[in-house]
Ligand binder design. Structure first.
Ligand code: FNR
Length: 409
């Protein structure tokens, strides 16, 4: 409504959020190396393309003449009511795109919109500063009338669940130090990423000399950790120590380690949830359940890790079918529009994570850009619901709201 009314007064939006145009305009704003890092895909980029194509095959079946005056986009996630099933995906090294604010920028906007924020282990700000920014955004949300409050004036808890994404070190003391710091700063869901022991073979970014991209950019999660500093030294001059040895260390963990992690997080937090990010088969989803996890993220890391692996959306239905409601199922890789969110929810996702789009927004003037991208996505989802004749995302949007069409049709 804000966008339409502004348009009627001749005020154009600050930049286009149409996916292709957004990427092109962000490219003009960022340095070549920074853009190559965000846009990076594994190999020839087939998986990233497959992520988008998978959405194309699912078509929405609208319901005519339904009363959709009051829509309900809210969902309940790990005990919190949130205004829409949209989460800020963990993205590291944000100072590359916005040197001053880094991760505090998206964390603040997530707080303002009442949406969950996932803090990355590879972040360029500290766990504590990002939590404070997220709190600040939530406080702004409570005071201001100008922020997005949900289509029918509904809004969730002032504080959405705050996730800490873990790249698990092989040094348990370092891992435990991070977990304790995260809990002390109010992160109540742990998201353990299992598909990125090392960065993928991102040909274009490698050719541009920007991948992996860590020398000199600061990784404040590691460089601010007292246990890490005591054992491995101050990182001021050598960030590769943290990233190489403790983030992308090239050595996979095994399932038994998940049991250990779940036990530790529950012990520290008094039983808060653990989610595995990077699950792409029913087999692994059931393993996550067996090893005590509370949820998974069906994700291929935005097509950045293994070229030629399955699109996330293509395996979502079989994973949902296997899990049978026993765990929370989150989804990412390729979400760009409101219709995409609708489709992922229809196929059984409890909520979706959005990655590159808000980074591209951040390239357009920091807070303002992130806010524009995420509010536009929320509006797009709301309009999709209205026009398609669906009142409640939670109750009405199901697999029967979609039909699959083969290639070429
Ligand atoms: C990521 N992603 C990611 N994932 C994670 O668990 N920890 C991290 O630190 C990062 N860092 C990161 C940096 C950049 C630049 C990108 C683009 C992605 C993956 C991210 O959380 C998510 O899975 C994908 O971005 C989702 O795909 P889309 O929405 O970008 O298509």
């Amino acid at each position: 409504r804000e966008v339409f009314l502004a348009g009627a007064k001749g005020i154009a939006p600050p930049f286009s959020i149409e996916p292709t145009k957004l990427e092109i305009s962000a490219k003009q704003k960022l340095t070549g190396a920074a853009f190559s890092y965000v846009a990076a895909t594994a190999g020839a980029g087939w998986t990233e393309r497959a992520n988008r194509e998978a959405f194309y095959h699912w078509r929405i079946i609208p319901r005519a003449l339904t009363d959709t005056c009051c829509r309900d986009l809210t969902v309940c996630l790990f005990g919190h009511h949130i205004p829409a099933p949209i989460i800020f995906a963990p993205i590291g090294l944000n100072k590359v795109y916005q040197c001053c604010g880094g991760e505090t920028i998206p964390a603040k906007i997530a707080g303002e919109l009442g949406l969950p924020y996932v803090m990355s282990t590879a972040a360029s700000c500290t766990i504590e500063n990002v939590a404070a920014a997220n709190d600040f955004g939530a406080a702004v949300k409570n005071e201001s009338n100008s922020i997005w409050r949900g289509p029918s004036g509904t809004h969730g808890n002032p504080k959405a669940p705050r996730f800490f994404q873990l790249y698990m070190s092989h040094d348990d003391e370092v891992t435990l130090s991070l977990l304790n710091r995260a809990w002390a700063s109010g992160y109540d869901v742990l998201m353990f990423t299992v598909d990125a022991w090392q960065t993928g073979w991102a040909s274009e970014a490698i050719d541009n000399g920007s991948y992996p991209f860590y020398e000199g950019d600061g990784n404040d999660v590691g460089s601010s950790d007292s246990v890490f500093i005591k054992k491995y030294g101050d990182l001021k001059t050598d960030h590769t120590k943290w990233v190489d040895r403790h983030v992308y260390h090239g050595k996979a963990h095994i399932w038994e380690k998940v049991r250990w992690l779940v036990w530790q997080w529950r012990h520290i937090t008094g039983g808060r949830p653990v989610v595995l990010k990077g699950i792409l088969s029913a087999h692994d989803a059931l393993k996550a359940l067996e090893y005590g996890c509370d949820g998974i993220v069906v994700s291929n890391h935005g097509g950045r890790q293994i070229d030629g692996e399955t699109a996330s959306l293509d395996v979502l239905p079989e994973i949902v079918e296997a899990v049978k409601g026993r765990m929370t199922i989150l989804f990412d890789s390729g979400i760009r529009t409101g219709a995409d969110v609708f489709k992922a929810v229809a196929l059984g996702a409890d909520a979706v994570l959005v990655g590159r789009p808000w980074v591209y927004g951040m390239a357009h003037g920091g807070e303002r850009g992130v806010r524009h991208v995420m509010k536009s996505l929320l509006a797009d989802l709301d309009i999709t619901m209205t026009l398609a004749g669906y009142k409640s995302l939670k109750l009405d949007v199901t697999a029967s709201s979609l039909r699959w069409h083969p290639t070429g049709s």
